[in-house]
Write a protein that binds this ligand. Structure first.
Ligand SMILES: C[S@@+](CC[C@H](N)C(=O)[O-])C[C@H]1O[C@@H](n2cnc3c(N)ncnc32)[C@H](O)[C@@H]1O
Length: 245
């Protein structure tokens, strides 16, 4: 089994976030429109998909390029009796097929960076109806002059990472109105995401003592968690709620 998938497949979520933050963003979306058609990209095993399905009447198309995550989501949807409103789609967010009708809402938690902020916003705008909304969480700088250690880490992990103001300016220049943005609380990293990640590493480590690649992965994930402990006030995930204008 793919090592990365083995770490993450047992986790409820694959990036910082929480049910409360998804609901906060949904409330903000509802100030603009009531979602009836949601296109979610990078849905993973469906942490947000399920929250959206349980708290709206929308039909949700959930896209990911890793089929095993989609099977997990399908089982969750089946157990919750929500299969009729959740359609999974295996494919690339770089080549989303154009829907017959454009979507009301596009949702992207912890994954727009894969397309790149500007490229992603530009491409996804084509799939939204006029006045439609995109809600996404994005790693962002929270201060103007971050320390050298987080700068070096993020230069590798996400070289395009910007501050909130710059992201808002870029979004406006790409044809969106910034409706809202908020910083995800540190508990979304530490309690909701890293706590599970630590447990997974603890469980898996004894089975992989002689596996160099596995140990490298565990060490790099631990370094990432330590970095957040120390510098989490300098960067964070920010939810942006933008309206197509
Ligand atoms: C950081 S995870 C976030 C998953 C989920 N939104 C969550 O918060 O739990 C990023 C997701 O994007 C998916 N992904 C990566 N590259 C992709 C691509 N080119 N097209 C579609 N999905 C992709 C991964 O399989 C993974 O599920």
């Amino acid at each position: 089994m793919n090592l990365f998938f083995e770490v993450f497949s047992e986790m409820d979520r694959l990036a910082p976030g929480s049910e409360a933050s998804t609901l906060n963003a949904l409330q903000s979306v509802r100030e603009i429109l009531e979602p009836m058609d949601i296109f979610e990209i990078g849905c993973g095993s469906g942490a947000q998909t399920m929250v959206l399905a349980k708290n709206t009447r929308a039909n949700i198309t959930a896209l990911d390029n890793h089929a095993p995550y989609l099977r997990i989501l399908e089982n969750k949807a089946l157990d919750a009796g929500l299969s009729e409103r959740i359609q999974t789609l295996e494919g690339s967010m770089f080549e989303p097929s154009c829907p017959l009708d454009p979507y009301d809402v596009i949702w992207a938690e912890g994954c727009l960076y894969i397309m790149g902020f500007e490229k992603g916003l530009l491409q996804l705008r084509e799939l939204l109806r006029e006045g439609g909304v995109i809600a996404f969480s994005e790693a962002s700088w929270l201060i103007d002059s971050p320390s050298s250690e987080p700068l070096a880490f993020w230069k590798q992990a996400y070289p395009g990472m910007c501050g909130i103001e710059e992201n808002c300016r870029k979004a406006e220049s790409l044809g969106y109105k910034v409706h809202d943005h908020f910083v995800l609380p540190s508990s979304d990293w530490e309690d909701e995401y890293y706590a599970q990640l630590k447990d997974r590493i603890k469980t898996m480590r004894p089975r992989f003592v002689r596996n160099r690649k596995a140990n490298q992965l565990f060490l790099s994930l631990e370094a990432e968690m330590k970095l957040y402990q120390r510098y989490g006030c300098e960067y964070g995930y920010v939810f942006y709620i933008l309206q197509k204008v």
